[in-house]
Design a binder for this molecule. Sequence first.
Ligand code: 5GP
Length: 187
Amino acid sequence: MSCDRILVTAKQLESVVSGLAEEIAAAYRNLDNIVALVMLDGARYFAKDLLANLDFPVEVVFIKASSYGSRTSSCGRVRIGASADLTNQIRGKHVLVIDDIYDTGLTLATLLNRLRDYQPQSIRTCVLLEKAIEHTQKIPIDFRGLIIEDAFVIGYGLDFDGRYRDLPFIASFSPKHACSAKNAHGA
Ligand code: 5GP
């Protein structure tokens, strides 16, 4: 790869995800009415692999949240696109919020505040990555994959301007290098 540095390999991701699934299974196995709330678009790849590792039924609800657009630092505003059905999907249920990365914490904080209005039985949070920074919003993370350095990262669902989501690893990315997708794939 000519312009990015791989921080987490595909093999490491596989073992992190299966470790998280074991933790989640231990916490939820004997519960009914579990809903996984998957934050789009970034957590889609992670959630698919994570949920495939669970051996009990989980309802899956996708929720759209965005704070980045085409930039590499938070714009400080978060938009949550909730579906009209969310009340029925969440009330009285055990909600597991699945997100790709805990950066400033603004997105998760906004979502968690909003979710409480829907009266779930419990809310827990799972993130694949947490940046080693002083978070603007402190969020209780129940299931955490890896803590990474403070870099803008791409791959395994995380994008830059809609690109690089399909990389099977996590790499740091600097837009000034603006590499081609070919380079980012290590070609
Ligand atoms: P936060 O609200 O915690 O600052 O970040 C929320 C969202 O911003 C994350 O769920 C993710 O979609 C996006 N984000 C934060 N850091 C990064 C990053 O390093 N790379 C990419 N691609 N997205 C990020």
